[in-house]
Design a protein. Sequence first.
Length: 265
Amino acid sequence: MTDVKIPLDHPRAESLRTRERLIEHWNKGIVTTSGLIAHGRGEAFDYLLGEETTEPALKAIESAAAMLLTAEKAVISVNGNTAALASEEIVKLSQVTKASIEVNLFYRSFERELAIQKLLENAGAHEVLGIGEKASATIPELNSERRRVDPRGILAADVVLVPLEDGDRTEALVKMDKKVIAIDLNPLSRTAQKATITIVDNIIRAAPKLVKVAERLKKQGAEKCEQILLEFDNKKNLAQAITLMKENLSKIAEESQKHHERWWK
Ligand code: ATP
């Protein structure tokens, strides 16, 4: 841990603890500097969401769990921020849904891959794909280091969960006929727009919920999962997330306006 003491009653204690966790993992070489910036972009959108899991997000979480459970081969792609913020939940989710875990990094180095692998193994993972030479296959049309994938993992998968992803890779995976589940606080990002299922929520809140829902749906069986997937419309769901943000902004604007009017009376 860093030596910063966050007062328990601080109104933004949870958000500050998350930042500390990212800084701690930045010090360990797991999170990159640009990962810290990406988190900041996410936080801004979380403000607009009211920092809570919304109804559309819950619906997307349910569909994501259904898709993971009915996949032939599901893979959870893990980057530095995901490892820092949700490694235990990622491991639990992989156990419930039988999905593989693969490390996939934009800023790839063997040391970083090993550090993330160790973190996931400490959280209970038995096997972590995509490390070093094992990422020997490539995603066509991608130039970044994220094009390198494991032939036993993302390359062979029909469903890929990509928390905190960049748009290029989402697009490339969709072009390869894979179903992509994204967790992204920004409903406007290319990832959010291109994914098959987009969970507009903070990974901190979404990941434990995804585990719980997957446990429940597993007991309910494949037919229930297929029904949920038939009824889910990602574009409609994204529109609802954006509308909620718009309504939150309108409320804040109205309150400011009222405050201004009271002041000038
Ligand atoms: P795109 O390439 O898809 O248009 P981008 O350029 O913003 O998006 P990145 O820079 O890779 O892509 O950023 C990752 C995304 O992760 C951002 O859209 C950000 O909103 C989101 N994000 C950051 N932190 C979190 C978090 N804790 N939970 C969920 N989403 C997050």
